[in-house]
Each structure stands twice: as structure tokens, then as C-alpha cells.
Design a protein around this ligand. Structure first.
Ligand code: ZN
Length: 461
């Protein structure tokens, strides 16, 4: 048989990747406790079988990170990092249609916790690395695979740790990570948002002091009551509008795709005097929440800390608040915005924080993503966007890495992608997974200076 006839076919690669994906989903890496080491061993075995060296870094018992690297000439530039986290958020099996760790295939979907967040991407990255190695492709830059722990609980044992303690392992020119590359159906058009920005987080304890006393003798200086009134004020006041270029452009694109009234409304929402007015008139609550989060720093009270006994007025009461900051806003800006509403009556203490991040969407890698999407979904358009949560990209940005959220999935119109993220019945369309695997591979190969011929057999150009 000739070498060309021996070249692997996409059908075979996709079937094998699907099988590995389902095996990975069956490894329960619910965080807490994480136990990512089981998933790391699974990835390591496959790398070893292909003769690829790797390092496993255990940052705490059971909390493992894996880094592998294929060397390139460097002619095309600095390394490309393929990054994914192996941990998943908890799943309440009672409420699921299929068991969350069985990786069943039903109705054309693979069902399982981690299906879109983000074990599919771990398999995309692994497949890309194995395939390039198997093809003996001469890489023009290093290709790094990172499969890390603890993203879902703040990254302390995963990417944050690596960036702060072993930066040489993950330093790269570019990275591909979650959250982006899924089909967004806007009107009759299909958009593919790619993450180029994310908000920062600032976790704050707000404490109100007062006068302790007996519950039988209520008085005006009760910190529980005073805190409730301050919180009420905070919950009913929006922080100032903070437009950014990324969000402006995204809204404009979505508006154009929807056409009609939406294009005017979404164009108008970018102008600060109109923003809050228009947000409040959006037809559904979910939309109002998303727009609010994209255009303001936000404050979300989540945990009360108060007295300990029903008949005792405590000397102080606190609330923990999950605050998120827009790129361009500092922690000091956020605190000043909160102070403007609550005044000096409370203490504000920052417990933990991570800065917002934004990277340049005008790069050769971004254009490679655009052309791969257009090739595989003609008529669709790629659009940079901001994620309101946080990802490992936040820490990579600290090293100057241009990290994009691109973990492509072709997504049907009927199923809402955003509801499955951390939600019940998380699942991925089998076809959408296979489509994403191939699209992703082509982006990786091209970025590493390897041209791949079109067609069913994978042959280098
Ligand atoms: Zn994730």
C-alpha cells in the first residue's frame, strides 16, 4: 500500500476521538474535590503510546496538571498552547435525563457533565497533538498541550499555580482555550463568538458594625437591620455604564444579524445615556441580565455572616459579595463605585481577586480561525466577544499570552447552548463535536505552519 493510501481518514479519527471523549467523561472529576489525577493519567497513557513526553505536576494530593510539548523550529513564532481544564462542576444526578458520568449517546448527543465545559476541548487538543506527531509534521512553532486542574473553583491548583510557579511551561505566543467557537443563531444568520476578553472578579466582605444587645430590647443600632437596608440600596442601583470596544462591536454584529428593530436597539445600547433605559426594555429577563453584566461592573451578594443566637443582637453583620469588573476597571474603581452607593457606613474588605483580561483580536491566528469557520460553515461569521465569568485565560494574559476562547462546536438552533453550561443535561451533538474536532485541528496545524490537504484522508500539503 502506498503511503498516501495509509493516511488516516477523518471518519476513523473522529470515531476514535469520540470514543476517547466518552471515556474521559466517565472519569468523575467533580470539583470539589477535583481528583483530576485520574483524567491526567488517561491523557498521559495516550501521549506515552505515541512517544510524546509530558510532565505531570501535582499541586496538591490528587490535583494534577499535565503539560506536553512538541518542538517546532520557531520559524512561525512563539509556541501555541492548547489549554483545557479537566475538572467539572457538580451534577445533581436526580435531575438529569441521563446519568451525568455515563457518557450515553442519545438523540444524537453525548450526555455528560463536562461535555461542553470542557472535556471536548481536552480531546480536541490531545487529538491534534497525537495526529501531528503521527503524521511527522514539521512544526514551525512549539505546540504545547496543557490539561489542568481546578478551573471551576478559582484555578488555585491549576493554571493560576502554573503561571505563578512554573511560567516557563505555559508561556506562549498564542493559546486556544474555552469559551467560544459555538454557533450563535442570530436571526437567520450564524455567528461564532470567540472570546477575546473576560471580566475580572473581586470577592468582597462588606461588614456593618452596630451595638450588641439583647433580642428582647430592639434598638436602632442593630447591624443586621442596617446591613439589610444598605444591601437593598445596592441591589436596586446599577453601577455606572462601562462600554468597551469588544462589547460594542459584538452588539453591533448581533444587531445587524437580527435586523429590524433589534439592530437599532443594539446599536443604541452602546451609548451610556441610553444603556440602562434600553436594557430595562429588553423582552426577556435572561437578556436583561446578560446585557447588564456586559456593560457594568456588578455586585452580587451571596453569603450572610451574622449573629449566632436568636435572642442576641450581634455587634456586627457581614455579607460576602461576588463582584465582577469590566476590562479597564480596577479594584479601586469598583470599591469607589460601591462606596458611592453605600457611603462610609460599612467596611469593605477584598478577600480574593483576579484582574479582567482583554487581548488583541487582530492577529494571524484570529484570521486563521475565521477562514477555518468559513470553510466548514459557509456564510457564518466569527465575532470577538467578552465572557462575563472567568477562565484560565485570565492567568495566561498575565504572561502576555494572546489567548482566545475557541473550542468549536457546531450547535443546532433548537438547543440553547448557554443553558447547558454548568446546567442539567449538559450534552454535545455528536456531529457538532466531530465538526469541531476537524475545524480545530486545521486551525492548530495551520498556525504551526503545517498545511493539510482538503479531503477525507489527512495528508499534508
Ligand atoms: Zn470551563
Amino acid at each position: 500500500m502506498s503511503a498516501a493510501a495509509m493516511a488516516p481518514t477523518w471518519t476513523a479519527i473522529q470515531a476514535e476521538a469520540l470514543d476517547r471523549f466518552r471515556q474521559l467523561l466517565r472519569i468523575d472529576t467533580t470539583n470539589p474535590p477535583g481528583n483530576e489525577i485520574e483524567a491526567v493519567r488517561f491523557v498521559a497513557e495516550l501521549l506515552k503510546a505515541h512517544g510524546i513526553e509530558y510532565e505531570i505536576i501535582e499541586t496538591a494530593p490528587g490535583r494534577a496538571n499535565l503539560i506536553a510539548r512538541l518542538k517546532g523550529t520557531g520559524k512561525a513564532g512563539g509556541p501555541l498552547l492548547l489549554s483545557s481544564h479537566l475538572d467539572v462542576v457538580p451534577a445533581d444526578a436526580e435531575t438529569w435525563t441521563c446519568p451525568p458520568f455515563a457518557a450515553e449517546i442519545r438523540d444524537g448527543f453525548v450526555w455528560g457533565r463536562g461535555a461542553i465545559d470542557m472535556k471536548h476541548m481536552s480531546i480536541y487538543g490531545l487529538t491534534a497533538m497525537l495526529l501531528l506527531k503521527q503524521l511527522g509534521a514539521p512544526l514551525q512553532r512549539d505546540l504545547i498541550l496543557a490539561a489542568v486542574a481546578d478551573e471551576e473553583a478559582g484555578c488555585d491548583f491549576g493554571m493560576r499555580w502554573l503561571v505563578e510557579n512554573r511560567p516557563e511551561l505555559v508561556r506562549a505566543e498564542y493559546a486556544l482555550n474555552e469559551v467560544g467557537g459555538f454557533t450563535l443563531h442570530a436571526g437567520q444568520r450564524r455567528l461564532y463568538p470567540v472570546q477575546v476578553a473576560e471580566k475580572g472578579f473581586v470577592w468582597v466582605r462588606m461588614t456593618m458594625r452596630g451595638r450588641a444587645g439583647h433580642g428582647s430590647m430592639p434598638h436602632k443600632d442593630n447591624p443586621v437591620v442596617k446591613l439589610a437596608s444598605v444591601l437593598n440600596k445596592l441591589a436596586n442601583t446599577r453601577l455606572p455604564v462601562r462600554p468597551t470596544a469588544v462589547v460594542d462591536n459584538f452588539l453591533k454584529k448581533v444587531g445587524q444579524s437580527m435586523g429590524g428593530l433589534a439592530s437599532f436597539a443594539l446599536a443604541g445600547v452602546r451609548f451610556a445615556p441610553l444603556t440602562d433605559l434600553l436594557i430595562d426594555r429588553l423582552p426577556d429577563q435572561e437578556q436583561r441580565n446578560v446585557f447588564n453584566a456586559c456593560l457594568h461592573n456588578t455586585v452580587c451578594p451571596t453569603v450572610f455572616e451574622g449573629g449566632g443566637k436568636i435572642n442576641v443582637i450581634p455587634g456586627s453583620a457581614s455579607v460576602l459579595m461576588d463582584c465582577r469588573t469590566i476590562p479597564g476597571a480596577s479594584e479601586a474603581d469598583l470599591i469607589a463605585e460601591i462606596r458611592a452607593i453605600v457611603g462610609d457606613s460599612v467596611d469593605l474588605e477584598i478577600l480574593k481577586s483576579g484582574p479582567p483580561a482583554v487581548v488583541d483580536p487582530d492577529t494571524p491566528l484570529f484570521r486563521t480561525i475565521e477562514s477555518a469557520i468559513r470553510r466548514h460553515d459557509p456564510g457564518a461569521e466569527v465575532v470577538p466577544y467578552m465572557v462575563v465569568g472567568f477562565t484560565d485565560s485570565k492567568w495566561l494574559a498575565q504572561l502576555g499570552v494572546t489567548a482566545y476562547g475557541f473550542a468549536p462546536i457546531r450547535w443546532p438552533r433548537e438547543v440553547k447552548f448557554s443553558e447547558l453550561f454548568h446546567g442539567r443535561d449538559e450534552r454535545i451533538p455528536v456531529e457538532g463535536f466531530q465538526w469541531g474536532l476537524r475545524t480545530f485541528f486545521e486551525v492548530v496545524a495551520e498556525t504551526c505552519g503545517v498545511s493539510v490537504q482538503p479531503g477525507e484522508r489527512v495528508r499534508l500539503g
